[in-house]
Design a protein around this ligand. Structure first.
Ligand code: FES
Ligand SMILES: [Fe+2]
Length: 399
């Protein structure tokens, strides 16, 4: 039966971790609070180490509006700093990437090396009386971890170490990502009209594979698909463990072929693996291809999606061409799945913003297998713990 206005806004008769209020996507106060309570303390993927291959290479990135500078020092280690001059606060580096031993601020010409130390202050005599010297003026270091070539940062100096925080959730990536040198061959940025969590949800939600023409043709029909077990840990990170490697039937989609040649190390032909890291990084492997997703929240209803495609460094041009072709079939700018996913999340955002949607339902239970929603429920339990609000009732109206 269709619902009346009162019935439409009534909370669902479900356990309170089985649905979320639409206001978690639209409320500007919640969005700001997430910056502090979630992004202020969690590990954020910023780039792959192949984007900084040489000593002195750097990249500038933004994390929840904060400009950051990621450098590879002369000793080869990767570090991150606020991209802000400690003198009067000017943004220190404006190029998106480059190579430099030192960075000189364009305002009063103080200089810093790529380890974050201040190496010179212009006209230093003027500071002698107050005793300020370069050693007092280093850049603000940001906690950085490199795992399987992926560079993560954490704005909280006291945050739990990355390895401890993720536990063994990334074990299925060790062989494909840890035994051969990889490099990014493709970075695709999309500005989406949606909340940042909606993108991460689509990466966690196997049920929406019904919406993808390719997935319902090639993936849901894979042997063992409904036995694939959802694994979540206490920090909201997740993966799936099928009883045997999931063999996606790529050649069932018209015009596509099997992915038998050249799979990534440790993967069988056509295998699928996924790891979702709280709060907004996903690594997806599809036999020959590897994609890393991260989201940059801009406003409650605006998110920049950044997707990287990776291949094996030094592989033959033919192997690379095949890998790029497979990547683009799903995930390139004209890829079948990315365009569909963007349509999905923007469709949800449109009704949330209009106030015509009250709740999202996360109530599928299949013993933690197949298209169970447990991954999203676990995610929102962690979100609730960090935010001090239930995702089902973020304003405490139903308490
Ligand atoms: S603000 Fe950078 S040197 Fe003054
Ligand atoms: Fe999708």
């Amino acid at each position: 039966m269709a619902k009346t206005a009162v019935q439409w806004v009534a909370r669902p008769r479900l356990p309170d971790d089985h649905y979320v209020s639409s206001t978690i996507y639209t409320d500007p106060n919640i969005f700001q609070e997430e910056h502090q309570k979630i992004f202020g303390h969690t590990w954020k993927f910023v780039c792959h180490e192949s984007e900084l291959p040489l000593p002195g290479d750097f990249r500038t990135v933004e994390h929840v509006g904060k400009p950051l500078l990621v450098t590879r020092g002369q000793n080869g280690s990767i570090q991150t700093f606020f991209n802000a001059c400690p003198h009067r606060g000017a943004k220190l580096v404006n190029e998106p990437r480059g190579n430099a031993k030192n960075f000189t601020c364009f305002f009063h010409l103080w200089s810093f090396n790529n380890q974050g130390e201040c190496v010179s202050i212009t006209a230093p005599k003027g500071y002698e009386e107050c005793g300020l010297t370069p050693k007092d003026c280093g850049l603000r270091k940001v906690k950085t971890a490199v795992k399987l070539g992926m560079v993560f940062v954490n704005l909280d100096d006291n945050a739990e170490d990355f390895e401890k925080n993720v536990g063994d959730i990334m074990a299925c990536l060790e062989e494909p990502m840890g035994t051969v040198p990889l490099e990014v061959f493709h970075i695709h940025r999309v500005v989406m009209k949606c909340n940042w969590k909606q993108w991460h949800e689509t990466n966690m939600e196997a049920y929406h594979e019904w919406g993808h023409v390719v997935n319902r043709t090639t993936g849901i029909v894979a042997d063992g698909y409904n036995e694939m077990l959802t694994v979540v840990n206490e920090n909201g990170h997740a993966t799936v463990k099928p009883p045997k490697p999931l063999e996606i039937k790529y050649d069932k989609y018209k015009g596509w072929d099997k992915r038998e040649a050249n799979p990534l190390p440790g993967l069988t032909a056509s295998e699928f693996r996924v790891v979702d890291l709280f709060p907004n990084t996903t690594i997806i492997l599809r036999a020959t291809t590897l994609r890393i997703d991260t989201c940059i929240p801009v406003a409650p209803g605006v998110t920049i999606l950044e997707q990287r495609g990776l291949g094996i460094k030094g592989e033959s041009p033919e192997d690379r061409a095949e890998r790029v072709k497979h990547h683009n079939q799903y995930w390139g700018p004209m890829g079948r799945n990315i365009s569909e996913d963007v349509l999905f999340v923007e469709a949800v955002e449109a009704t949330n913003r209009a106030g015509t949607s009250e709740y999202g339902i996360l109530a599928r239970r299949q013993g933690g297998k197949g298209q169970d929603d447990e991954m999203m429920r676990a995610y929102y339990r962690v979100w609730a713990r960090m935010m001090g609000r239930k995702a089902s009732d973020p304003h405490g109206q139903n308490s």
